[in-house]
Each structure stands twice: as C-alpha cells, then as structure tokens.
Design a protein around this ligand. Structure first.
Ligand code: CTP
Length: 420
C-alpha cells in the first residue's frame, strides 16, 4: 500500500488506538500521532503512567482532539479496557518498553494498556524502543517471538546512537515503517475483486392478513456477515434481504423484500449479473393459500385452520436457470445434519452447502456465532467449529473461492470451454 503523499490519505475512516509507554522515545509518538491524523485516522491515545513522565497527556489530547486514557476505571466512564479495543481497527504501541513486551507476552494486565491488549481482537502493532543490550536480552527475544507467534506485528527497532550514548539496535523504528506495518495490517485481502456476489439473508414474511404473517427466527446476521466479508475482499455485492433489524452494510446494494415470491423475483432478476449466489436466507416453505385482505376477526370461533401452499424453492429454481454461477446453499437442520445437507446439495444442484446444526448451543438463529460443516459436490467436508459469523463468512468465502479457482483451472485445461 502506498505511503502518504502519492495517493492521498490512506487511513480515512479508521480508528486507531495509539499506546505510548515510558521510553525516552515517547516524544516520537507525538510525531507519529500527527502522521496518523494526517493519514485520516481517528486516534485515541492511551498512556502508561511512566509515559506521562516523558510527555504530558495534554500534548496528545490537544493534537488528537480526544482525552487521553491512562486508567482502567475512570470516574463516570465505560470500561475502557473493553470499549477501546472493541471500537479500534488497530492498536499501535510506539514506543513499547521491554516491560510492555513482557507484560503482553505473559498476559499480565495491571494498567489500561496491558489490560486492553488482553481483550483486543484487532491487529496489534508493537514498535519497541530500548537500550541495545536490553533488546538483545534472551528474555526480550523470547517475548518478541511469543508475541509474533500469536499474530502481533513487531516492528524491529533500528540501529544507531541510543539515549545511553552507546550505539546499537534499540532506536524506535522510523515512523514510516510503523505506518507501513499498520497499513498492511489494515489492507484487506482482495481475492474476490472482479466477482459479483448475490447474497440472500434473513427470513421471509408470508402474510395471513394485513396484520399477521408466517415467518421464522432468522436474524439475517449470517447473510449480512457474508455480504460484509465479500465486500471487504473486493467483491461487488447485492444483498437481497428479508425483514431484519440490521443496519444496511456500507458499500453494498441492499434489495429489501418481504415474501418468498418477492425474494424469488429479486434474485432471478439478478442471477445473470452474478458470478456467485449465496443463499443464506431462511425462506418460508409454505405461505397462506388465501391471504385475507382485511384483518381476520375471531367472530366467536374457538379454532381456526389456515390453508397453506408451497412457495417456490428459490435455490432449485436458480440452479435450473444458472449458466456459470457458483451456487452456495445453507441447510438448517435439527437432526442427521450431514445426510440431510448432502441430500439438499444434490437435490438443489449446488456446488457447496453450509450445514448448520441449529440446535448447537451458542450457534444459529439470532446468535453472533455459528458452527457448521461445509460440504462440496465431491463430498469433501470441512468442519467449522463455533466461531463468529464474520469469521465463518470468511471461511465460506475461502472455500467458495477455492471451488471457483478449481473450476477455472479445469476449464483452462479442457480443449473446449463450457462448464455446464
Ligand atoms: N431455500 C430456498 N427456497 C425455499 C426454501 C429454502 O431457496 N423455499 C434455500 C435456503 O435459503 C437454503 C436451502 O434452500 O439455502 C436449504 O434451506 P432449508 O430451510 O435448510 O431446507 P429446505 O430446502 O427448506 O428443506 P426442509 O425445510 O425440508 O429442511
């Protein structure tokens, strides 16, 4: 990714937590903060108590435009060790002392910065600064190795004159190196660039009368997570969504629908545009045969029978119409998960099915988490243990992408093109 200057600001819309610890290089964090702001980031500074002895919090407050946090619990404030990393796209600690590296490697949490690192899910970039002898100490080397193994990005300090008057490796890395590490940590994978993905999500609502409908417990979260993940990975996405309480994801065309019939129409109309269809919606299988135009009154009745008719099996219909699109379906099951899912994969002519046991605790409808098994046409299974729906979305996209690549290379090796 380009550095500042050539292509304009590179961090617009990102939220960064800048952690500053008690090193003589703390003053360099002021310049780094200004660079991050120039790149368009919103920056919240967190200082350790010893860092405040080198640079005053006021300096960072004035420049960042946000109060500087030093304590885990500040009066009348939320729990910052949870809220700050939750809201951040990345955490940058520059400079990081040997003590900061050790606490992070060992999982110690005795101040806001170290506790925050225990809750962080976003990329963490640590730029150490210390005396050369300390940097070479086996304990520090071991801590850096541990942190890197866990996915923390450590930007090595540089050689040069040190505060002690000696020359060695320990100077805080040049801020452009720290910025480049941050930019590459935030740069999304773009493997879906050039693809057009049609995704369905949420439940459908089948009217009984103007005030009542038949529906199901789908929240739409899995389909929305797929749409966001695909968008972040470079795909153009159209999300055909049944009624949900979710906000429209950024950069994605959302087509709101209500009934299975609406959803059929919306998806069929966009099938030719798409290269991949992912059917995450929980479509009602039946709808009232004669929806009433006026509210149905009780009129003294003690029971009521509702005549239902089948809705279109949208996936099966899309499968019959498709040309080269990859088709991904879901199977929501309460028993015999794999057998039922395999039957659906075959019956609906799919390339991939996501088999969901909706009785798994902590997974399924309404939850932010899911567990599933991916099954392809060759019968290959991939078990996905309980994970966030966003992580599952990425896993599904990884497998779908691998299938697309396999199809493309099969076609390339055939003398005559044409998949179906
Ligand atoms: N599906 C569809 N149209 C329907 C019903 C389901 O396109 N009328 C799609 C779903 O979006 C899902 C897949 O088919 O991707 C399987 O849905 P599921 O509800 O698990 O199974 P059904 O096919 O409805 O079968 P059953 O209800 O008998 O389990």
């Amino acid at each position: 990714m380009a550095l500042s200057g050539s292509n304009g600001p590179t961090l617009i819309g990102t939220r960064i937590v800048l952690g500053v610890t008690g090193s003589i290089a703390a003053y360099k964090a002021v310049s780094l903060l200004r660079t991050l702001l120039r790149e368009g980031a919103t920056v919240q500074v967190v200082m350790t108590a010893s860092a405040t002895k080198f640079v005053t919090p006021l300096t960072f407050e004035v420049l960042s435009g946000h109060p500087v946090s030093t304590e885990v619990f500040e009066a009348h404030q939320e729990m910052k060790h949870l809220s700050l990393p939750e809201q951040a796209d990345a955490i940058v600690i520059a400079p990081a002392t040997a003590n900061c590296l050790a606490k992070s490697a060992l999982g110690l949490g005795d101040d806001l910065l170290s506790t925050m690192l225990l809750t962080a899910q976003c990329p963490v970039i640590i730029a150490p600064a210390m005396d050369g002898g300390m940097w070479m100490h086996p304990a520090v080397t071991e801590h850096v190795r541990t942190l890197r193994a866990r996915g923390t990005i450590v930007v090595d300090p540089e050689e040069g004159p040190l505060a002690s008057g000696k020359v060695g490796q320990g100077r805080l890395a040049d801020e452009h190196k720290i910025l480049a590490a941050l930019q590459s940590a935030l740069a999304p994978q773009r493997d879906w660039q050039g693809h057009r993905i049609l995704i369905s999500a949420g439940p459908t609502q089948e009217p009984i009368d103007p005030v009542r409908f038949i529906s199901n417990r789908s929240s739409g979260k899995m389909g929305y997570a797929l749409a966001e993940a695909a968008r972040a990975r470079g795909a153009q996405v159209v999300l055909v969504s049944g009624p949900t309480a979710l906000p429209a994801p950024r950069g994605i065309e959302v087509v709101p629908v209500e009934t299975a019939a609406d959803m059929t129409k919306a998806l069929s109309a966009r099938l030719a545009w798409s290269t991949v269809v992912i059917m995450a919606a929980a479509v009602a299988d039946f709808r009232p045969l004669h929806p009433a135009s006026q509210k149905i009154k009780k009129q003294g009745q003690t029971d009521q029978t509702l005549a239902l008719e089948r809705t279109t099996d949208i996936l099966a219909a899309l499968s019959a119409q498709r040309t080269t699109q990859l088709l991904v379906g879901f199977a929501a099951e309460t028993q015999d998960l794999i057998a039922h899912a395999k039957d659906k994969l075959t019956a609906k002519g799919l390339d991939l099915i996501v088999a969901n046991d909706i009785t798994t605790e902590g997974a399924g409808f309404g939850s932010d988490h899911n567990a599933a098994t991916l099954i392809d046409r060759q019968g290959a299974l991939i078990e996905l243990p309980l994970m966030s729906k966003r992580a599952m979305a990425d896993a599904i996209l990884n497998k779908a992408h691998a299938l697309l690549c396999a199809t493309a290379s099969n076609q390339a090796s055939k003398p005559v093109a044409g998949r179906r």
